[in-house]
Design a protein around this ligand. Structure first.
Ligand SMILES: Nc1nc2c(ncn2[C@@H]2O[C@H](COP(=O)(O)OP(=O)(O)OP(=O)(O)O)[C@@H](O)[C@H]2O)c(=O)[nH]1
Ligand SMILES: [Zn+2]
Length: 347
């Protein structure tokens, strides 16, 4: 297997020194306790080494799809042990669904995040803002793909709507049914670059992935209009190398993307509001009723949509809540560590 085709970059190669006896590989699929890993020699099923398991406490200590890892083949087997995860270039995370306070890593070492949303009922600017914040936080560059353009009569209007909430982010309308816009999206794939698709269930990520890899690797069933129950959904993340170069990572649709982000990601996705905040007359303006409030002025004159501002406040609260809980999370990990160590000492 040629690892260049699997998105190998200098950033990763530089992390390996010559004395290294391990083999370089990339995680293409994550099972419950094992990983499929592509190496120069072959594809192997990998599990983490005992040492690594012992030293892993948080989700980020475990491999994820997109990771570059150093492995050792088990003699005579199509299996390997994972010894090390190379430093990551980007990490797209979300908060685990439900009440649990933990990070879920969706994909790593991605260069471009394709935020996929369809041009029908699914279209929602507030959700886009959420995805954009998570994408900026990951360290990858977001772009927006508007799917099912064949179902929409006013595509340009939607493109404009998107541009109003995603400044400077490229927007690509496509239809995998008619093929419109597909070649432009294909051109985004470059050798050594990795692209991940993110979005709600049913927006057409797998159909697009299939169209791009031109091979029915993932089975896509048609949703019957009146019965959304029997439909196929992607249940795993998987990484594919494209024939013409470049890597695509398809991810399961998310019902709800809860943030696992920092304030600075929010500042990037709401740069318009950031600029306004600096213009308020009072430095400690609460942006509610104060005179000379640039935010309220912008809302009054239509430069800023009230819903966008509300969305900003909502995401900001979500992040503030996470930050408060982050300490708790650190304590939890510390406890796990101590427990493991004292167990070891007793042995
Ligand atoms: N009209 C139209 N329908 C499309 C298009 N692309 C996909 N679909 C349909 O949308 C439905 C969902 O497509 P999928 O590709 O399975 O969606 P997904 O985002 O991968 O969904 P999950 O796997 O649940 O995350 C299927 O019935 C597709 O046939 C398109 O360009 N136009
Ligand atoms: Zn103000």
């Amino acid at each position: 297997m040629n690892l260049q085709q699997y998105g190998l970059q200098n950033f990763f190669e530089q992390q390996i020194d010559d004395s290294n006896k391990y083999i370089l590989g990339r995680v293409t699929l994550e099972h419950k306790h094992s990983y499929r890993i592509v190496t120069e020699q072959n594809e192997w099923l990998g599990t983490i080494s005992g040492k690594m398991a012992f030293e892993s406490f948080a989700r980020k200590d475990y491999p994820a799809v997109g990771d570059w890892v150093l492995v050792e083949q088990m003699p005579g087997e199509e299996k390997c042990l994972i010894h090390k995860i190379l430093e990551r270039k980007s990490v797209f995370s979300r908060k685990m669904a439900g009440l649990e306070l933990d990070e879920q890593i969706v994909a790593v070492n991605v260069d471009i995040i394709m935020i996929v949303t369809s041009l029908n009922d699914d279209f929602n600017e507030r959700r886009l803002e959420r995805y954009l914040t998570a994408a900026w936080n990951s360290g990858a560059t977001p772009i927006i793909i508007l799917t099912k353009a064949d179902l929409c009569e006013n595509v340009d209007e939607y493109v404009e709507k998107v541009q109003n909430v995603a400044f400077g982010v490229d927007v690509y309308p496509v239809s995998t049914f008619t093929g419109d816009g597909l070649s432009t999206v294909k051109e985004l794939f470059r050798p050594n670059k990795s692209i991940a698709l993110m979005g709600s269930s049913g927006v057409g990520k797998s159909t697009l992935t299939n169209a791009l890899i031109e091979e029915e690797k993932m089975v896509v069933h048609t949703i019957r209009a009146d019965d959304a129950k029997g439909r196929h959904t992607t249940t795993h993340r998987e990484l594919f190398a494209l024939e013409g170069g470049g890597v695509i990572i398809d991810t399961p649709g998310m019902r709800e993307l809860q943030l696992w982000s920092t304030d600075s990601a929010l500042d990037t996705s709401f740069s318009d509001i950031q600029a306004l905040l600096l213009q308020c007359k009072f430095r400690n303006c609460s942006h509610k009723k104060e005179p000379g409030c640039a935010v309220q002025n912008a809302i009054a004159c239509g430069d800023l949509e009230q819903q966008r501002y509300d969305s900003y406040i909502k995401l900001q609260r979500e992040i503030a809540y996470l930050n408060r809980k982050a300490d708790l999370q650190a304590t939890l990990i510390e406890n796990r560590k101590n427990k493991k160590l004292s167990k070891q000492n007793r042995k």
